[in-house]
Design a protein. Structure first.
Length: 112
């Protein structure tokens, strides 16, 4: 099993949630976060003055998937979150040792 952690633009959240559901993974966790990457924020202008915004709003999506679905799921997330501009986000992949469904005590792939 793998855990995918995708950091994306908030405007792309619905797109990514829809493709995850279509790929067979409707169960996910979403956290609103702030941060910046290489661009180190951005400079905005308001009433003739420039303001540096160093922490930008992002959304972190976490989903646990079966090993055989990893490439298909990553491709779907990339396509759904893509704008071609800086700040589209990143995807991190972690190994998951085990999972347990509390209600039924199922373990492993059957728990996800």
């Amino acid at each position: 099993m793998k855990k995918i952690e995708a950091i994306i633009r908030p405007a792309k959240l619905d797109n990514v949630c829809n493709v995850l559901e279509k790929t067979g993974y409707p169960g996910l966790m979403i956290t609103e976060i702030q941060g910046h990457g290489k661009q180190k924020g951005l400079v905005q202008q308001w009433r003739g003055k420039e303001y540096k915004v160093s922490l930008l709003p992002k959304v972190k999506i976490e989903v646990v998937i079966k090993d055989q679905d990893i490439e298909r799921t990553i491709k779907a997330i990339k396509e759904a979150a893509y704008t071609g501009e800086m700040g589209d986000g990143k995807i991190f992949i972690y190994n998951i040792e085990d999972a347990v469904r509390i209600r039924t005590d199922e373990r492993g792939n059957s728990a996800i």
